[in-house]
Unconditional design. Structure first.
Length: 286
């Protein structure tokens, strides 16, 4: 059964720059069609029912087409709207970020292109899990791991913590190609299921609380911590990896791109330093 919904978008929102803000659009259960500029997702509702939605942009906001096996309630529609609003970071106000860059040479393109808003997933759990998939690997391998994770759920959606917690780490590694990451993801899922950690509560927590929690999670070092904070709209931590180092070399001519160099360069950007670093990572693409 097909349903359509419309979601108004705020001022200073650009659909394409948000979809293209980083690679999440290419990780299952997302899929992006470049020709039609349509973002697809296989999505699980809170009651467990799987649906498929696709999003495009129209003059009045985001246009959703939803495929479901049965009619959806008003509550389900509201749930979908909330999920899509989170995915597109519709509640984030970029004005302070743009204001901070107006006196910084070489960054006018950020505000001109309405960059800075980041595409995320409907849950912190999925964002954290996918961040783990990006550590010490290639982007092609990350995409493969995400796709294989989604085959573990019978409905094709991203697996729930309870589904991952039930796995033996070696078995999960064999099925997904996650290698050592499988043990870290199983351990995290078990802590979520037991109630020891509430990832979704991170949406309302300050950065120091999140950092403290991440320090107790194996597999989440400085790069992963900075990435997760950025996805949660905390932008004062640097997520330094090979992509960031390469971007810094292109930008500054540095031959080494050592951590100390990056920290010194981005320090003047204050609370926005982590997001500015990401803007430098994508500037050649946009």
């Amino acid at each position: 059964m097909q349903t359509t919904l419309s979601i108004p978008t705020p001022t200073r929102f650009d659909y394409l720059t948000t979809v293209d803000s980083h690679g999440w659009r290419d990780l299952a259960p997302f899929r992006y069609d470049q020709d039609t500029q349509t973002l697809f997702r296989r999505h699980r509702l809170a009651d467990g029912a799987p649906i498929d939605w696709q999003v495009t942009q129209r003059a009045d906001g985001l246009h959703l087409v939803i495929e479901s096996p049965s009619p959806l309630s008003d509550a389900a529609h509201d749930e979908i709207r909330q999920a899509v609003a989170r995915v597109f970071a519709l509640d984030w106000n970029p004005a302070p970020f743009y204001e901070s860059l107006r006196d910084q040479a070489g960054y006018a393109w950020v505000e001109q292109g309405q960059h800075g808003r980041l595409l995320v997933t409907p849950t912190v759990w999925e964002d954290v899990a996918k961040t783990l998939l990006t550590t010490n690997t290639t982007w092609g391998q990350t995409k493969n791991m995400a796709a294989r994770l989604c085959t573990l759920a019978a409905d094709g959606c991203f697996p729930l913590p309870a589904q991952i917690a039930a796995f033996d780490a070696a078995d999960l590694a064999a099925k997904t190609g996650m290698g050592y990451r499988a043990a870290y993801l199983v351990a995290l899922a078990q802590r979520v299921v037991s109630g020891e950690i509430d990832l979704e509560a991170w949406c309302d927590q300050a950065a120091p609380q999140i950092v403290t929690a991440l320090k107790g999670m194996k597999g989440f070092g400085a790069y992963a911590t900075g990435t997760i904070l950025r996805l949660l709209n905390h932008h004062d931590a640097l997520a330094i990896d090979t992509v960031a180092r390469s971007a810094f070399k292109r930008l500054t001519g540095s031959q080494t791109a050592a951590d100390a160099e990056l920290h010194a360069y981005y320090a003047p950007f204050g609370a926005w330093r982590g997001l500015v670093l990401w803007m430098d990572c994508i500037r050649d693409e946009v």
